[in-house]
Every structure is written in C-alpha cells, then in structure tokens.
Design a protein around this ligand. Structure first.
Ligand SMILES: Cc1cc2nc3c(=O)[nH]c(=O)nc-3n(C[C@H](O)[C@H](O)[C@H](O)COP(=O)(O)O)c2cc1C
Length: 350
C-alpha cells in the first residue's frame, strides 16, 4: 500500500477508536439555549426540514462530511455512506482526492455516483496541493467523480504538527481566487476542525468564495490525530496545540454575517439539537464526520441508520418546541447565548 494509503488507514483507525477528540474545547453549541414555546401550534408531521443547497434540495440539512478515499477500505466506506446519503436525502463529501491525483489506479475508491445518482456530491482537495496544480487538473478531479462542487480544505494546524507536513502556506488566498475564477463548478472552502474566523470569512468572500464549511473545534481534533501518529519524542508540539481552534458555534455565527450562499457547520455536531442550533446561528446544513464513521464501524449500515434516525428526530423535536415549521422559521427562533459564546462573538473580530 502507498504511503498515502497507509496514512488514510491510520486516520480511519484513529478516528474510529483513538483518543482524537478535543479534551476541553467544546463546540459551544451548549452555550445556545432555545427559548421553549409551550404553545407551538404545530403538528410534528407538518415540520419541513428540507433545505436547498448548491442547487439541490436536501430532505434534511445534513452533510456526511468528507473523510476518505484511496484504499479498498475507503472505497467500501464511501459507497456505503453515499448510498445512505442518497436514500436519506443528505449531502455527501468525499475525502481528499490527493491519493487519486498521485495514483489514478485508486480513482475507483472515490466513485459513488452509481449508488448515489442524485446526491449533492462534494469532491475534495487540499489548498496546499491545489496551489501546485493547474486549474484544469483540479477541475478534472471533481469531474472524474461527477461531483456537484469541490471542497478545498484548509488544514494549517494539522500540517504544522504532522511529521513531514507542509510548512509553507503563502499565496493561499491568491490560489483560492484563481480557482474561483477558473473552475466551472462551485468551490466550497472548508476547514478541517479548527474553524474559520470572521476575518478569514471576509477575505474569502472578497476573493469571490460563495460556499463555506467552517469545520470548527469541539469534535475531531486533527492536531490530536497527527499527535497520536507521531513518535513519542515528537509529540510535544501537538500536545500543546491539541485544543487549538475556533469553536464551531462561534465560527458559524462569525461567518454567517458575510453573505455566503452556503455555510456548512461541521465539527463536533453530535445531535439533531446541535443541527438545529447550527441552523439558528446561520448555517444552511450541518456536517458530521467522525460520529458517522463510529456508527458505521460500531453497527454497520444499521448503526448509521439508527444514528441518523435519532439525529432527525432530535432536529424535528427541537423545531416543534420552538414553534418552527421550517428551517427559515428556525433561523428566527428565540435563543439565549451564554457568556463564552458571547465573548467569542464580541471579541474575535471579523
Ligand atoms: C477519518 C476522517 C478523515 C478525514 N479526511 C478529510 C479529508 O480528506 N478532507 C477534508 O476536507 N476533511 C477531512 N476530514 C475532516 C472532516 O471532514 C471534518 O471537517 C472534521 O473531522 C470535523 O468534523 P467531526 O467533528 O464531525 O469529525 C476527515 C475526518 C475524519 C474523521
């Protein structure tokens, strides 16, 4: 197996079973409390969770966020989850397509269109890799898997602590501006667990970016993943930065005011109540990565179905209890925001 393939398998094992979550940092979704409506005047059955995202209608505002590709095991995971996303009306993200760029023989592990013909499908490549590619090579990656849009992931914290990771992050914004103007398909700029600040959101909008996945802190820590992979003597740097990042709830709220067409709230989303809070803070859909992988590894397809049945029931219950018939009404729902989230919103700038 190639070096990238081994790394991908490591990532799956660590994400499924390892100690790779933030230890203290939370998403701050718990700092948002909806105001209960004791007279909702709604029936649970009439609640509509649908959301239009990137030209397609999701039945519920949920994205299975990009995780993998490049190995046989990854192929199985992509196909199982994409099929499920198709059946449930969710969006589905592929993991980084760097492996297939380096070795076209593994392209098959990213092909899911035959089992997910209508799904909102997101391709994926890192900014650092895309900076070294021609725009038509980047476009070809997305085209070859029939993606509707391409996620461009930003992961400077992960790279900085990864042995042999990238260390040069210059010209990032100019690469993004080039891709926005030269790619025919939409670009989703995405973090990977450290969040997007208000100021980064503003610079991305100014560069023409219209779709964002904040992937904030509070769920999977990619610094933690790389720290676990590092040799003991090299773990100090990662341990210091384990908690690094902008909590997801803060990142969504900071990014939401900048006029993006799409904001995905990924990072530590673990319940339908979190999804509801993400929507109320300005997201169009919530993304989930590690909890989905854990449900799949723990209980197979039934495990994932059960997990998402619960998430959807929680979302609908939250909507009922704030009197929101649809997601537009949920966005206007009364809420109380706790002190730590208020501090982020007041001081983080933007
Ligand atoms: C096993 C695994 C592999 C991942 N690989 C990628 C990737 O290739 N590209 C990417 O943009 N994000 C990747 N991510 C990051 C997720 O898309 C997401 O941003 C992050 O894990 C936070 O979400 P979570 O807390 O729900 O896991 C990966 C996540 C996991 C768990």
């Amino acid at each position: 197996m190639s070096e990238i393939g081994k790394r991908k398998d490591d990532h799956l094992d660590l994400a499924a079973r390892g100690d790779v979550g933030f230890h203290h940092t939370t998403t701050l979704f718990e700092a948002v409390r909806f105001v209960h409506d004791a007279l909702p005047e709604l029936s649970l059955d009439e609640i509509d969770t649908s959301q239009r995202v990137l030209g397609k209608t999701l039945r519920a505002p949920i994205l299975i966020a990009g995780m993998t590709g490049g190995t046989e095991r990854a192929a199985g995971i992509n196909r199982q989850l994409a099929k499920l996303a198709q059946a449930r009306g969710y969006a589905f993200g592929l993991g980084s397509q760097r492996a297939m760029y380096k070795d076209p023989s593994v392209a098959e592990s990213y092909r899911v269109r035959d089992v997910a013909p209508d799904v909102l499908l997101l391709g994926n490549i890192g900014l650092v890799q895309a900076a070294q590619m021609q725009s038509d090579e980047v476009a070809a990656l997305a085209r070859s898997v029939a993606a509707d849009a391409l996620c461009l992931h930003l992961n400077p914290a992960q790279e900085a602590v990864q042995a042999g990771g990238d260390r040069d992050f210059r010209n990032g914004l100019s690469t993004i501006a080039r891709l926005v103007s030269e790619l025919a398909l939409p670009l989703v700029v995405k973090e990977t667990g450290c969040g997007i600040s208000g100021s980064v959101a503003r610079r991305l909008r100014a560069a023409g970016v219209r779709h964002l996945d904040v992937s904030g802190a509070g769920g999977t820590s990619w610094v933690a993943v790389e720290t676990q992979r590092a040799q003991a003597s090299r773990r100090g740097l990662g341990e210091t930065f384990w908690e690094w990042g902008i909590p997801t709830a803060a990142s969504v709220a900071l990014a939401a005011g900048h006029g993006f067409d799409t904001v995905f709230a990924t990072g530590g989303v673990s319940s339908g109540l979190d999804v509801a809070k993400a929507i109320a803070l300005g997201a169009h859909a919530a993304g989930l990565a590690r909890p989905v992988l854990q449900a799949l590894e723990g209980g197979g397809e039934t495990g994932v179905e059960d997990f998402f049945d619960r998430v959807e029931a929680e979302l609908r219950t939250a909507m009922l209890l704030v009197g929101a018939r649809d997601l537009a009404a949920l966005r206007r729902a009364a809420r109380v925001v706790g002190p730590e989230l208020s501090l982020w919103l007041g001081q983080a700038g933007g």
